[in-house]
Design a protein around this ligand. Structure first.
Ligand code: PMP
Length: 361
């Protein structure tokens, strides 16, 4: 690195997403938790319609229609809604605006979405890791007990990633109530696949920030739309951060497509249910093959086989053109994170696993 970069950037371990192959035929991609079905046809129509000569104009920098659609969906005021280029960008603004410069540590589970650690390094926010319980759940008591030093805030995914395990609304209420003076950020990227959203708690607590994405349950990872909802004063601060960074975060196509996707409730519900049904079947199939599968409320399962290394299984699947995610991290090294695909995808995955397990026995 050039001498112009400060040490903390030299130490930065960038977030590494799962492999995004360019072109392999017959590839089954179950490594980045994308939705197996396409987005709402109404969203595609809206994007096509928006792709006109009006693209010569700048987009609405306040994304008013989109924020109004989100507010309506969740019974909020538009002033409580902040949107960004995927929830990763929304999270970046949250870390920068809410946690940077406090000098105090951000409390988070030791096993959670790895981008949180990356942002902490980038923004030089100290981190205090809280180990997950033995069953890989988040232990609520660890976040409700008095802290020896007041943290800058708390962040976790709910359901958590990559475990897939969800806290209940009462758990989140308890965490928010026990920490009234710091922000509690709940990243609900996967909440629509069977967990309870904490958005309703915004009426009771002004310290909760809930982050959502359209990448998972709305099947729009390629469009890059995410949002945060919180007390209007928190959102006001996030808008200041955004306006000092990129005041046009969402392009015209993204705004149009996102509004239409959010309005298509029937399609959304049907597609979430299809994933939930496939998850139930996949869980049964993997359990039948000897895997331990953690109870998932997401569009992926986190599973380990008592007799096989996670890395070896991931590699063997890769050789059969099936991508799954393996993390070389303490405690979860044995696990595979497998995106729930269509029923046919699950069938193909399990058939391959049967062959791999037989060969290795
Ligand atoms: N939060 C969690 C827990 C995730 O797994 C992801 C996707 N990798 C994101 C946020 C970011 O999603 P996006 O930027 O596509 O909205």
């Amino acid at each position: 690195m050039s001498r112009f970069w400060s040490d903390h950037l030299a130490d930065l371990t960038p977030y590494v997403a799962g492999e995004q192959p360019k072109s392999v035929t017959n590839l089954l991609k179950l490594n980045t938790n994308e939705h197996p079905y396409g987005p709402s046809p109404r969203a595609l129509e809206a994007i096509k319609h928006a792709a006109s000569d009006r693209l010569r104009l700048y987009p609405d920098n306040e994304s008013v229609k989109l924020r109004a659609a989100i507010a309506q969906l969740h019974d909020l005021d538009i002033k409580q809604v902040f949107v960004g280029n995927g929830s990763d960008e929304v999270l970046a603004h949250i870390f920068n605006g809410l946690f940077r410069r406090s000098g105090r540590a951000l409390l988070m589970p030791d096993i959670t979405y790895s981008f949180y650690r990356t942002y902490c390094t980038l923004y030089q926010i100290p981190v205090q890791l809280v180990p997950l319980a033995d069953d890989f759940s988040i232990r609520v008591d660890d976040y409700t007990q008095a802290h020896s030093v007041e943290p800058a805030g708390i962040i976790f995914s709910n359901p958590n990633a990559p475990t897939g395990i969800a806290l209940t609304l009462d758990d989140i209420r308890a965490i928010a109530a026990a920490n009234p003076d710091i922000p509690v950020v709940v990243d609900e990227a996967y909440v629509d696949f069977g967990a309870e959203t904490a958005i309703a708690l915004l009426k009771e607590y002004d310290n909760i920030v809930v982050v959502h994405t359209l990448s998972k349950s709305r099947s729009l990872a390629g469009l890059r739309v995410g949002f945060a909802v919180a007390d209007s004063q928190v959102i006001q601060g996030l808008n200041r951060v955004k306006d000092s960074f990129n005041s046009y975060p969402l392009d015209v196509l993204a705004q149009a497509g996102a509004v239409a996707a959010l309005e298509d409730t029937a399609y959304f519900k049907q597609m979430c249910q299809a994933v939930i049904d496939a998850r139930t079947q996949l869980t049964e199939q993997l359990t039948g093959l000897g895997f331990q599968v953690l109870p998932s409320k997401t569009n992926f399962v986190f599973a380990r086989h008592p007799k096989f290394e996670g890395a070896a299984l991931a590699q063997a699947l890769r050789e059969q053109n099936i991508l799954v995610r393996h993390f070389k991290l303490p405690r979860i090294d044995q696990f595979l994170r497998i995106t729930v695909g269509t029923l046919e995808d699950c069938e193909r995955l399990c058939n391959s696993l049967v062959k791999i397990l037989e060969k290795t026995y």
